[in-house]
Design a protein around this ligand. Structure first.
Ligand SMILES: [Zn+2]
Length: 463
């Protein structure tokens, strides 16, 4: 990275922002290298003068970046609005420059500054959208209808869109966010850097290249700690505190979760976001056309202190209101920070698999009853279980019982899809499962090798 030209921090920042439209880390790095090493300085005096006008001056550079970044996007990708706007303004650049000059001569440089600020606020609002996701496809879907649904579910007009979430203050042992989230950092530790593959759902036979390793979290898996629970009342205050301290220390020692929400609704960061926690084990989930295997490396683990009871996991003595409120604001912070899609926020019981007997639900925390809506999320009980429909996993009565005994739409949908693809291929469901199973094994072997390297790194550090 040393060859990068760091002389102009504004340009570097702009290039970095445009690079976030590129999903593949390898391609992104290539784009960064190219753009940061080939920048041409303006020669004419009027160009140098224009460069000092906010937004207008950087129009040419932005237009070049739009052209370059679009070379890295998949052919079917539609350009986001902010990129189209930049390209359009560049086409009209003579008029835009002329307008800037007229304004400059009529009102003096102060007025140009005002125009610059207006233009800058325009680009800031598009920046905020960029922050929602490295994959622009998820942005449009999310910030409109789902935000509206979440707000109406709250019965008020107080819901905040993701761009209203930022780190407002941090100090010794805490972070405080603009949406009210408070994260306690006194227990936080580092770990091993996230490294994971992105597999393609529609082309599972095509495996990613060994260089296509990502490290930015793409989702959230919610857990319950399965702790012994004392009744939630003031007489038990000290045992409640003692229990959560014990859970935190255990989680820290084994690097179990990225976040733990105790029964008072206090949110602790344990393993820092950029490092993998050992929370998800053998598991898989799909996000759009992407599929992720063994989610500890790719998903952030958030654990509620409590015990999972099918049908009764939520209540004053179970997962309670302060915990749900804390999880709601934490979820918004994480989604905003990493551009995590709604569909990538799921529970352990829906992603956990057991490759040794090909059954769903090795872990069954939150198979059902998770308060998705209260967290501003869509209910994943209607999401197709791709482990069943696309990778040959099956399930037993124990799995259905852990959801309270009745089947749910996502399970039925997966079964129907599996039957459909078997009849399309003209084979039995069993034969279809066997074929899909080999897809899973190939993907599993690749991610498992990365995870093993990570485990080796851990034991070396321990020595
Ligand atoms: Zn779990």
């Amino acid at each position: 990275m040393q060859e990068f030209n760091h002389r102009d921090p504004v340009y570097t920042k702009t290039v970095d922002r445009y690079s976030r439209y590129i999903a593949s880390p390898g391609q992104r790095l290539k784009f960064l290298r190219t753009m940061l090493n080939t920048r041409q300085a303006p020669s004419a005096a009027w160009q140098r003068w224009l460069n000092r006008v906010p937004f207008v001056g950087s129009l040419r550079e932005r237009a070049v970046l739009v052209v370059e970044v679009s070379k890295y996007l998949p052919v079917e990708t539609k350009l986001p609005f902010s990129l189209k706007l930049t390209a359009l303004l560049y086409k009209l650049r003579v008029a835009v420059y002329a307008a800037a000059l007229v304004v400059a001569f009529s009102f003096g440089i102060g007025a140009v500054y005002v125009v610059g600020r207006i233009s800058a606020s325009l680009s800031v609002s598009t920046e905020a959208k960029e922050m929602n996701g490295s994959s622009p496809n998820h942005i449009a879907k999310r910030d409109g209808s789902e935000a509206v649904k979440a707000i109406s579910a709250m019965g008020s007009t107080a819901g905040l869109p993701p761009e209203k979430v930022w780190l407002a203050e941090s100090g010794d042992g805490y972070e405080f966010y603009s949406n009210g989230a408070r994260i306690l950092t006194e227990m936080e530790i580092v770990g091993d850097v996230r490294r994971f593959f992105t597999f393609k759902l529609d082309r599972t036979s095509e495996l990613p290249a060994n260089t296509d390793i990502a490290s930015k979290p793409v989702g959230i898996v919610f857990h319950i700690s399965e702790s012994d629970i004392v009744p939630f009342n003031d007489r038990n205050n000290s045992s409640l505190k003692h229990a959560s301290r014990g859970l935190l220390e255990y989680s820290r020692e084994h690097r179990l979760y990225n976040y733990v929400i105790d029964r008072f609704g206090r949110t602790y960061r344990v393993v820092r976001d950029e490092y993998a926690a050992n929370h998800a084990g053998n598991s898989l989930w799909s996000v759009g056309k992407n599929i992720y295997v063994n989610l500890s490396a790719s998903f952030i683990g958030v654990c509620f202190e409590g015990k999972y009871e099918p049908g009764a996991a939520i209540g004053p003595d179970a997962i309670n209101e302060p915990q749900i409120m804390a999880a709601r604001t934490l979820t918004a912070v994480l989604r905003s920070k990493y551009g995590i899609a709604d569909e990538a926020c799921v529970t352990h019981g829906l992603v956990s698999v057991n490759p040794s007997n090909k059954l769903m639900g090795y872990h069954t925390d939150w198979v059902s009853g998770f308060p998705f809506e209260a967290l501003g999320l869509s209910n994943k009980s209607s999401s197709e279980l791709v482990a069943v429909s696309r990778f040959g996993f099956t399930y037993d009565q124990a799995y259905v019982a852990s959801a309270g005994g009745s089947r749910w739409p996502g399970l039925d949908q997966a079964e129907a899809k599996l039957k459909e693809s078997a009849s399309r291929d003209g084979i039995s469901v069993e034969q279809e499962r066997a074929a899909l199973w080999s897809d899973f094994q190939r993907a599993y072997a690749m991610q498992h090798a990365l995870d093993r390297e990570r485990a080796r790194g851990e034991s070396e550090q321990a020595e």
